[in-house]
Design a protein around this ligand. Sequence first.
Ligand code: IMP
Ligand code: MG
Length: 195
Amino acid sequence: MENQRELAKYGEAAAGIRQVLLTSEQIQERIREMARAISEDYAGKNPLFVGVLKGVLFFMADLLRHLTIPAEVDFIAVTSYSPETRDKGFVRLVKDLETPIEGRHVLFVEDVIDTGLTLHYLLRTLRARNPASLEVCVLFDKPHHRLIDIPLRYKGFELPDQFVVGYGLDYRERFRHLPFVGVLEPEVLEGNKGR
Ligand code: IMP
Ligand code: MG
């Protein structure tokens, strides 16, 4: 019921979404808990929060707003892969950090981890710069297609093996800005096949 109301509220922006998996309220409550844990663990460490554009935009903003410790933020960007073919290809850095991270306590913030390939590549790249510590904070974990095991220090939700959108996650750049997470109608995905 609550989930149906959430869909109806967003009208045309939510067209093509079959079902709400997580309401914005559920997401926000979990993020508050994560921020509390991080604030305790990183007290006195002036952590640097590093996010991957663009998907992490909303999570990063909401997480940082609930911190009770000083923190800095920076972003990187990588080339993405096509979700239909699951063709991971190569991960390539298209925007690097502006902050030097040697000796810093770095918390890597990601919206979603699927195969783990993106995160694996990025962690390797950052580790080579000798941070004092490097941990991962991920909001959505999709463990079913994991190819590389990556320790997740903070984890928001485990998601089923489905392509989801909203709260930062897009399908061809659509649906990112919705405050909830939902599953697409199969026609939306199929309608684009072969394009
Ligand atoms: P990985 O390299 O397979 O872990 O993929 C991580 C990236 O794939 C994320 O940063 C997203 O851009 C994308 N991704 C994986 N699953 C989904 C999904 O269900 N919806 C939208 N994007 C996804
Ligand atoms: Mg992402």
